[in-house]
Design a protein around this ligand. Structure first.
Ligand code: ADP
Length: 277
Protein backbone atom coordinates (compact mmCIF):
# COMPACT_ATOMS: atom_id res chain seq x y z
CA UNK A 1 0.00 0.00 0.00
CA UNK A 2 1.10 3.56 -0.67
CA UNK A 3 -0.12 6.24 1.72
CA UNK A 4 0.36 9.98 1.56
CA UNK A 5 0.55 11.95 4.78
CA UNK A 6 0.56 15.74 4.90
CA UNK A 7 1.65 17.55 8.04
CA UNK A 8 0.60 21.14 8.60
CA UNK A 9 3.16 23.91 8.78
CA UNK A 10 1.16 26.14 11.13
CA UNK A 11 2.26 26.75 14.72
CA UNK A 12 0.70 24.14 16.99
CA UNK A 13 1.43 21.13 14.79
CA UNK A 14 3.67 18.45 16.30
CA UNK A 15 6.33 17.12 13.91
CA UNK A 16 8.35 14.65 16.02
CA UNK A 17 5.57 12.09 16.73
CA UNK A 18 4.88 11.71 13.01
CA UNK A 19 8.59 11.35 12.17
CA UNK A 20 8.93 8.71 14.88
CA UNK A 21 5.97 6.80 13.51
CA UNK A 22 6.97 7.11 9.85
CA UNK A 23 10.40 5.68 10.69
CA UNK A 24 8.85 2.56 12.23
CA UNK A 25 6.12 2.11 9.59
CA UNK A 26 8.42 2.47 6.59
CA UNK A 27 9.94 -0.96 7.29
CA UNK A 28 6.69 -2.56 6.00
CA UNK A 29 4.70 0.23 4.31
CA UNK A 30 5.27 2.96 1.72
CA UNK A 31 4.58 6.51 2.87
CA UNK A 32 5.11 9.82 1.09
CA UNK A 33 5.45 12.93 3.24
CA UNK A 34 4.06 16.29 2.12
CA UNK A 35 4.35 19.29 4.41
CA UNK A 36 3.18 22.88 4.81
CA UNK A 37 5.45 25.81 5.62
CA UNK A 38 3.28 28.64 6.92
CA UNK A 39 4.75 28.88 10.45
CA UNK A 40 8.39 28.68 9.38
CA UNK A 41 7.73 31.20 6.55
CA UNK A 42 6.20 33.71 8.98
CA UNK A 43 9.21 33.24 11.27
CA UNK A 44 11.68 33.84 8.42
CA UNK A 45 9.66 36.87 7.27
CA UNK A 46 10.02 38.36 10.75
CA UNK A 47 13.80 37.79 10.71
CA UNK A 48 13.98 39.44 7.27
CA UNK A 49 11.78 42.32 8.40
CA UNK A 50 9.09 41.45 5.86
CA UNK A 51 5.50 41.66 7.04
CA UNK A 52 3.57 38.51 5.94
CA UNK A 53 0.52 39.57 3.92
CA UNK A 54 -2.69 37.53 4.01
CA UNK A 55 -5.63 38.24 1.71
CA UNK A 56 -9.17 36.90 1.40
CA UNK A 57 -10.81 36.01 -1.92
CA UNK A 58 -14.43 36.99 -2.72
CA UNK A 59 -15.39 33.34 -2.08
CA UNK A 60 -13.87 33.50 1.41
CA UNK A 61 -10.55 31.65 0.93
CA UNK A 62 -7.70 33.16 2.92
CA UNK A 63 -4.27 32.99 1.34
CA UNK A 64 -0.82 34.47 1.50
CA UNK A 65 0.10 37.21 -0.99
CA UNK A 66 3.44 36.09 -2.41
CA UNK A 67 5.50 38.89 -3.97
CA UNK A 68 9.03 38.32 -5.27
CA UNK A 69 10.65 38.67 -1.85
CA UNK A 70 7.96 36.61 -0.10
CA UNK A 71 8.39 33.88 -2.73
CA UNK A 72 12.12 33.62 -2.08
CA UNK A 73 11.46 33.50 1.67
CA UNK A 74 8.72 30.87 1.23
CA UNK A 75 11.04 28.72 -0.89
CA UNK A 76 13.90 28.92 1.62
CA UNK A 77 11.54 28.23 4.54
CA UNK A 78 10.04 25.22 2.74
CA UNK A 79 13.45 23.66 2.05
CA UNK A 80 14.54 24.24 5.63
CA UNK A 81 11.37 22.46 6.86
CA UNK A 82 12.00 19.56 4.42
CA UNK A 83 15.60 19.28 5.64
CA UNK A 84 14.41 19.29 9.25
CA UNK A 85 12.06 16.36 8.50
CA UNK A 86 14.80 14.46 6.65
CA UNK A 87 17.22 14.98 9.54
CA UNK A 88 14.70 13.74 12.13
CA UNK A 89 14.03 10.64 10.01
CA UNK A 90 17.74 10.01 9.41
CA UNK A 91 18.35 10.14 13.16
CA UNK A 92 15.87 7.27 13.46
CA UNK A 93 17.71 5.34 10.74
CA UNK A 94 15.21 6.03 7.93
CA UNK A 95 16.47 7.51 4.67
CA UNK A 96 14.31 10.37 3.40
CA UNK A 97 14.86 12.60 0.40
CA UNK A 98 13.48 16.14 0.07
CA UNK A 99 12.35 16.72 -3.52
CA UNK A 100 12.97 20.19 -4.93
CA UNK A 101 10.46 20.67 -7.75
CA UNK A 102 13.05 22.42 -9.95
CA UNK A 103 15.41 19.42 -9.71
CA UNK A 104 13.07 16.44 -9.35
CA UNK A 105 10.37 17.65 -11.79
CA UNK A 106 7.67 16.21 -9.52
CA UNK A 107 5.07 18.95 -9.13
CA UNK A 108 3.85 21.60 -11.59
CA UNK A 109 1.47 24.53 -11.15
CA UNK A 110 -0.26 27.35 -12.96
CA UNK A 111 0.73 30.71 -11.55
CA UNK A 112 -1.95 33.05 -10.20
CA UNK A 113 -0.20 36.29 -11.13
CA UNK A 114 -3.14 38.39 -10.02
CA UNK A 115 -5.35 37.78 -7.02
CA UNK A 116 -8.89 39.08 -6.71
CA UNK A 117 -9.27 40.03 -3.06
CA UNK A 118 -11.76 41.65 -0.74
CA UNK A 119 -10.40 44.44 1.43
CA UNK A 120 -12.59 46.56 3.73
CA UNK A 121 -15.66 45.32 1.85
CA UNK A 122 -14.28 46.26 -1.59
CA UNK A 123 -12.97 43.96 -4.33
CA UNK A 124 -9.47 44.68 -5.63
CA UNK A 125 -6.87 43.02 -7.87
CA UNK A 126 -3.36 42.42 -6.49
CA UNK A 127 -0.68 41.72 -9.13
CA UNK A 128 2.83 40.26 -8.99
CA UNK A 129 1.78 37.18 -7.03
CA UNK A 130 3.90 34.01 -7.10
CA UNK A 131 1.54 31.36 -5.79
CA UNK A 132 -0.10 28.79 -8.02
CA UNK A 133 -2.53 25.92 -8.33
CA UNK A 134 -1.10 22.43 -8.81
CA UNK A 135 -1.81 21.22 -12.35
CA UNK A 136 -0.03 17.86 -12.37
CA UNK A 137 2.30 15.58 -10.44
CA UNK A 138 4.82 13.29 -12.11
CA UNK A 139 5.23 10.34 -9.70
CA UNK A 140 8.36 8.82 -11.35
CA UNK A 141 10.98 9.99 -8.84
CA UNK A 142 8.63 9.44 -5.89
CA UNK A 143 8.06 5.82 -6.94
CA UNK A 144 11.78 5.25 -7.47
CA UNK A 145 12.53 6.44 -3.92
CA UNK A 146 9.71 4.37 -2.42
CA UNK A 147 11.14 1.33 -4.22
CA UNK A 148 14.46 1.93 -2.44
CA UNK A 149 12.81 2.14 0.99
CA UNK A 150 13.19 5.95 1.21
CA UNK A 151 10.55 8.44 2.26
CA UNK A 152 10.08 11.12 -0.43
CA UNK A 153 9.46 14.54 1.15
CA UNK A 154 7.56 17.14 -0.87
CA UNK A 155 7.65 20.80 0.16
CA UNK A 156 4.64 23.00 -0.77
CA UNK A 157 6.27 24.16 -4.01
CA UNK A 158 5.63 23.37 -7.68
CA UNK A 159 7.29 24.51 -10.91
CA UNK A 160 5.52 27.16 -12.94
CA UNK A 161 4.16 25.37 -16.05
CA UNK A 162 5.10 28.46 -18.05
CA UNK A 163 8.72 28.20 -16.89
CA UNK A 164 10.52 30.14 -14.22
CA UNK A 165 10.75 29.71 -10.49
CA UNK A 166 9.10 27.32 -8.01
CA UNK A 167 5.71 28.69 -6.93
CA UNK A 168 4.10 28.60 -3.49
CA UNK A 169 1.29 26.02 -3.61
CA UNK A 170 -1.11 24.83 -0.95
CA UNK A 171 0.33 21.77 0.84
CA UNK A 172 -3.03 20.07 1.38
CA UNK A 173 -3.93 20.36 -2.30
CA UNK A 174 -0.45 19.19 -3.29
CA UNK A 175 -0.97 16.18 -1.01
CA UNK A 176 -4.25 15.47 -2.80
CA UNK A 177 -2.60 15.67 -6.23
CA UNK A 178 0.28 13.42 -5.10
CA UNK A 179 -2.13 10.85 -3.62
CA UNK A 180 -4.15 10.89 -6.86
CA UNK A 181 -1.07 10.52 -9.10
CA UNK A 182 0.23 7.60 -7.02
CA UNK A 183 -3.12 5.81 -6.81
CA UNK A 184 -2.82 5.96 -3.00
CA UNK A 185 -5.30 4.10 -0.86
CA UNK A 186 -5.36 6.88 1.71
CA UNK A 187 -4.49 10.54 2.20
CA UNK A 188 -3.99 11.57 5.83
CA UNK A 189 -3.98 15.32 6.49
CA UNK A 190 -2.59 16.02 9.97
CA UNK A 191 -3.14 19.39 11.57
CA UNK A 192 -3.37 21.24 14.87
CA UNK A 193 -7.03 20.27 15.42
CA UNK A 194 -8.70 16.86 16.05
CA UNK A 195 -10.28 16.87 12.56
CA UNK A 196 -13.26 18.65 11.06
CA UNK A 197 -15.29 20.10 13.92
CA UNK A 198 -18.98 20.85 13.64
CA UNK A 199 -18.22 23.93 15.74
CA UNK A 200 -14.60 25.11 15.27
CA UNK A 201 -14.55 26.46 18.83
CA UNK A 202 -15.62 23.12 20.37
CA UNK A 203 -12.94 20.37 20.17
CA UNK A 204 -15.58 17.82 21.23
CA UNK A 205 -17.74 18.43 18.16
CA UNK A 206 -15.71 16.18 15.82
CA UNK A 207 -17.42 14.88 12.69
CA UNK A 208 -16.21 11.26 12.68
CA UNK A 209 -17.33 10.05 9.27
CA UNK A 210 -18.75 11.34 6.00
CA UNK A 211 -18.92 10.54 2.30
CA UNK A 212 -18.74 12.73 -0.80
CA UNK A 213 -22.54 12.96 -0.64
CA UNK A 214 -22.34 14.96 2.62
CA UNK A 215 -20.31 17.75 1.03
CA UNK A 216 -22.64 20.69 1.60
CA UNK A 217 -22.94 19.84 5.28
CA UNK A 218 -19.15 19.49 5.68
CA UNK A 219 -18.51 22.80 3.91
CA UNK A 220 -20.98 24.61 6.12
CA UNK A 221 -18.80 23.75 9.17
CA UNK A 222 -15.48 24.92 7.74
CA UNK A 223 -14.05 28.38 8.33
CA UNK A 224 -10.76 30.00 7.30
CA UNK A 225 -8.00 27.55 6.38
CA UNK A 226 -10.26 24.54 6.89
CA UNK A 227 -12.19 25.58 3.76
CA UNK A 228 -9.10 24.91 1.67
CA UNK A 229 -8.40 21.65 3.50
CA UNK A 230 -11.87 20.43 2.55
CA UNK A 231 -11.27 21.50 -1.05
CA UNK A 232 -8.11 19.35 -0.96
CA UNK A 233 -10.13 16.40 0.38
CA UNK A 234 -12.61 16.78 -2.46
CA UNK A 235 -9.82 16.98 -5.04
CA UNK A 236 -8.27 13.78 -3.65
CA UNK A 237 -11.58 11.90 -3.78
CA UNK A 238 -12.23 13.20 -7.31
CA UNK A 239 -8.72 12.01 -8.30
CA UNK A 240 -9.66 8.47 -7.24
CA UNK A 241 -8.31 8.32 -3.67
CA UNK A 242 -10.92 6.23 -1.82
CA UNK A 243 -10.31 7.52 1.71
CA UNK A 244 -9.18 10.85 3.16
CA UNK A 245 -8.62 11.46 6.88
CA UNK A 246 -8.36 14.84 8.60
CA UNK A 247 -6.67 14.16 11.92
CA UNK A 248 -4.58 15.46 14.81
CA UNK A 249 -0.77 15.69 14.51
CA UNK A 250 -0.38 16.22 18.26
CA UNK A 251 -0.93 12.60 19.35
CA UNK A 252 1.86 10.15 20.21
CA UNK A 253 1.19 7.92 17.13
CA UNK A 254 -0.80 10.24 14.90
CA UNK A 255 -0.96 7.93 11.85
CA UNK A 256 -2.08 4.89 13.85
CA UNK A 257 -4.63 7.02 15.66
CA UNK A 258 -6.00 8.28 12.33
CA UNK A 259 -5.95 4.89 10.57
CA UNK A 260 -7.71 3.21 13.49
CA UNK A 261 -10.66 5.59 13.43
CA UNK A 262 -9.45 8.90 14.90
CA UNK A 263 -10.20 12.21 13.20
CA UNK A 264 -12.66 12.80 10.37
CA UNK A 265 -12.89 10.01 7.79
CA UNK A 266 -14.24 10.99 4.38
CA UNK A 267 -14.97 8.17 1.95
CA UNK A 268 -15.59 8.25 -1.79
CA UNK A 269 -18.14 5.45 -1.34
CA UNK A 270 -19.69 3.93 1.76
CA UNK A 271 -17.08 2.34 4.13
CA UNK A 272 -18.64 -1.13 3.86
CA UNK A 273 -17.75 -1.12 0.15
CA UNK A 274 -14.25 0.36 0.55
CA UNK A 275 -11.12 -0.83 2.31
CA UNK A 276 -7.90 0.93 3.24
CA UNK A 277 -4.93 -1.42 2.84
P1 ADP B 1 -2.19 23.46 9.06
O1 ADP B 1 -1.03 24.37 8.91
O2 ADP B 1 -2.03 22.48 10.18
O3 ADP B 1 -2.55 22.82 7.77
P2 ADP B 1 -4.38 25.39 8.98
O4 ADP B 1 -4.25 26.63 9.79
O5 ADP B 1 -4.20 25.49 7.50
O6 ADP B 1 -3.43 24.31 9.61
O7 ADP B 1 -5.85 24.73 9.19
C1 ADP B 1 -6.31 24.30 10.45
C2 ADP B 1 -7.16 25.38 11.12
O8 ADP B 1 -8.48 25.42 10.55
C3 ADP B 1 -7.44 25.12 12.59
O9 ADP B 1 -6.37 25.54 13.41
C4 ADP B 1 -8.72 25.90 12.85
O10 ADP B 1 -8.44 27.15 13.40
C5 ADP B 1 -9.32 26.12 11.47
N1 ADP B 1 -10.71 25.66 11.32
C6 ADP B 1 -11.70 26.36 10.73
N2 ADP B 1 -12.88 25.69 10.71
C7 ADP B 1 -12.64 24.50 11.33
C8 ADP B 1 -13.46 23.37 11.63
N3 ADP B 1 -14.77 23.32 11.30
N4 ADP B 1 -12.87 22.32 12.25
C9 ADP B 1 -11.55 22.35 12.58
N5 ADP B 1 -10.72 23.40 12.34
C10 ADP B 1 -11.24 24.48 11.72
Amino acid sequence: MIGVVKIGGAIGNALEPLMEELASRTTTEHWVLVHGASGVTDELCRVCNVEPRYVTSPSGYRSRYVGEVERAIFEAASYSFSAHCATLLAMKGTPAVPLRPDVAGTAFAKRKESLRIVSEGRQMILRGNYSGTVTRVDPKVVLKLLGKGCIPILPPLAMDEAGGVPLDVDGDRLGAAVAGALGSQVLVILSNVPGLLRDPSDPNSLIAEATSGDWDELESCAEGNMKRKLLACKEALDAGVPHVILADSRLSRPLSAALSGGGTHIWRTRPSMTQTG
